[in-house]
Structure formats: C-alpha cells, structure tokens
Design a protein around this ligand. Sequence first.
Ligand code: 5CA
Ligand code: ZN
Length: 409
Amino acid sequence: MHAWPASEVPALPGQGRDLRIHDTATGGLVTLDPGPVARIYVCGITPYDATHLGHAATYNAFDLVQRVWLDTKRQVHYVQNVTDVDDPLLERAERDNVDWVALAEKETALFREDMTALRMLPPRHYIGAVEAIPGIVPLVERLREAGAAYELDDDIYFSVESDPHFGQVSHLDAAAMRLLSAERGGDPDRPGKKNPLDPMLWMAARPGEPSWDGGSLGRGRPGWHIECVAIALDHLGMGFDVQGGGSDLAFPHHEMGASHAQVLTGEFPMAKAYVHAGMVALHGEKMSKSKGNLVFVSQLRRDGVDPAAIRLALLAHHYRADWEYTDDVLRDAVARLDRWRAAVSRPDGPPAEALVEEIRDALANDLDAPTALAAVDRWAAAQQEHGGTDIGAPGVVSRAVDALLGVAL
Ligand code: 5CA
Ligand code: ZN
C-alpha cells in the first residue's frame, strides 16, 4: 500500500537528545540506543470508520518518537499496518450493505488525508493485512511444525504455553487476561482450546466471508496478531526499538505478537520497548468505533478547524494519560495557536536557543509534550509583553515547533 506524503522536518541547530521512554514490559523508563537507524512498528487502523481523535492522539505520540530520533540525526525505519481484513470490518460492511474492500479503501484513504493534514510522518512501509498473507502462511506453518500451534476444527491456534516469556509484556494475571481476551477479539470460551487464552493464527474459510489460499493451512484468513508479527519481522526483524499502539493493545495484541515472534525466532525480546498511549474519551467513555462516541479528525477539518490546532489539542496531554475530549480542549488549542503565530510573526524577539533545549529535554523525557508547550507559551508571552532584539529568533522557534512538535506556525 502507499502511505502519505511526508512534510519536511527542518534541521535544528545544536544536539538532539536520546529518548527515554516508558516501557510497558519493564514497567519503567528505558533509554533507547537505536544506532544509526531506529526501528519502530506502530499498529495501524482497522479501516471501518474514520480517524477519530483517539487514533490521532496515539499516532501523535509515535510521531514524536520519530521527531526526537530525527533530531539526533538518525534515520527512522517506520512500519505501520492496516488491518484491512478482520471481523469488525466485515461486520460493518455487512451492516451497511457495502463491499468490505471498498469500505477499507475509503477509510484508509481518509486516514491518509487526516495524517497528512496533521503532519504525521508517514511510515516507510505501509502494509495491508491482505497483502501480507503470502508472508503469514509460512509463519503459521513454521509455528505448527515447531509444535507451537494446533488445529481446532479447521482453525489453527497458537499455544501461549509454547513461549516461556508469555506474559512479560502486560504482566497481567490469568483472570485479567481472560477478561481482556474476551473483550478484544479473542475467544476464551470456545471449547476444545488447550488454553482459553490461545489466539487464532489462521481462521478456516467461513461461508460468505473472504478467504485466501493458505497452502497446507487450507483456505482461510489470518488471525490479528500474526498479521502484525509477519509485517514487523519482514520489514524490521527482531529486536526492533519500539512496538507502539494505544494501551488497549498491550493485551492481548502486543503480548501475543511478542510470543509469536519469540517462538518463531528463538530470540527475546521482540522489541526493546513496548510503548502505549493513553485512551481518549468522549462523554466519559473511551472513544471507540464500536460505541460510536467519536470526534472525527475529518469532521473537525470540514468544520474549518486548523489541523495545527487539532495537533496542539493532542499535544496538550501527556501521551500516557487517559483524557477526555471537550470543546474547551479545542478552544484552548485554537487560542494557543493564535498566540504562537502572533509571536513568530515578527522578525525579532527574545532569545530562542534556551527554548529549543527545553523542548528537546521535555520530549526526550518520556515525550513530555505538555512541558514543551509550556516552554513555548513562556517564550510567546515574553514576546508579547516586551518583545526582544534577537533577529531571527522567531524563525528558530517556528522551525523547532515544526521539527519537534509537528506544528506548522
Ligand atoms: N488494527 C488494529 C491494530 S493492528 C487496531 O487496533 N486498530 S484500531 O483502528 O482499532 O486502532 C488504531 C490505533 O488507535 C490503536 O493503536 C489503538 O490503540 C488506538 N486507539 C483506538 N481508540 C483509541 C482511543 N480512544 N484513544 C487513544 N487511542 C486509541
Ligand atoms: Zn497491530
């Protein structure tokens, strides 16, 4: 699949910082040392509805990860998937009496537009589940040969007990895992499974549903977790720097994915950090396509909201916090954007070097965007109150805000 166009990232004077970030697997902050090419996999959308602010908040967090790395002059090898065949997509297509392929294409196209408008850096490889199927089949075959997979009727399941490290991403107990598995696409109550938590690797063709030739697996379609593993291993290999997504992906998705990859390769861990963004809520509940309590990025854009203001609304919250979207959040972001734009519209102003360092320090410290925004606020307030004599300082601020926060002033 093609991704979306990249906005330019201005180079900044001085030195970038190494990123220290919260890793769900260890439960603490880790300083990443990616080498010249940083490798990141971020789980993509299931394209059955438009991009909402929760998605945008999660992708914003991982965009910041890349901007911190780019500021250290590293290259970033970024991979993202599109879950373009899965139960929720097929169910929505059926409900709305539309072709599932057309639905996925339409929503993926809209996602690209939203990401472009928000100045999110595109992945180098943007891969659909459907196009990954030829790579998924041999992985499932290998898991079966290794005794880590078994058949139930004609479906194929992964045995979580085959991975001695199973549980080391989310650290949940069996009861919590079982509950979340039932909520998030698993089938813990299906009779005949070796362990209720075992996730499906390959689902045998169902009448009326799309299916593909799976060689020795028979016709069917891939399970959710093996999709991301196949794409990540194909394009990044083991031991990549960051596996990213919203906190609702820690279990089962990232736990199972890590187990698949670790059993397949015999290496541990799959990723050096498992990074999870908090959940954005609306009217007291997590924004979700299944509940329908959504604020769409595309709707805000149609309403004439500047995408830079949407981005500032996201950046005003720490990526790990769960937060509630209200009209006030957007109103504050619009006002902040106006203040910042006024402050950089003059040729001179207060010195900017220290501000650039403050933004760098804040982001390198577990992506503390709110602290970075507060630093820019102080500079903008000083500019408004008494101005300054540094020629070119507003340009430096504008480039730093663009390069590090993805906001075009
Ligand atoms: N296709 C899978 C990942 S392989 C999937 O979870 N798709 S999704 O469309 O449901 O979500 C895309 C990303 O947005 C995931 O990282 C998910 O954790 C995140 N996300 C979904 N809802 C919210 C929310 N309310 N707040 C923050 N992030 C969210
Ligand atoms: Zn995924």
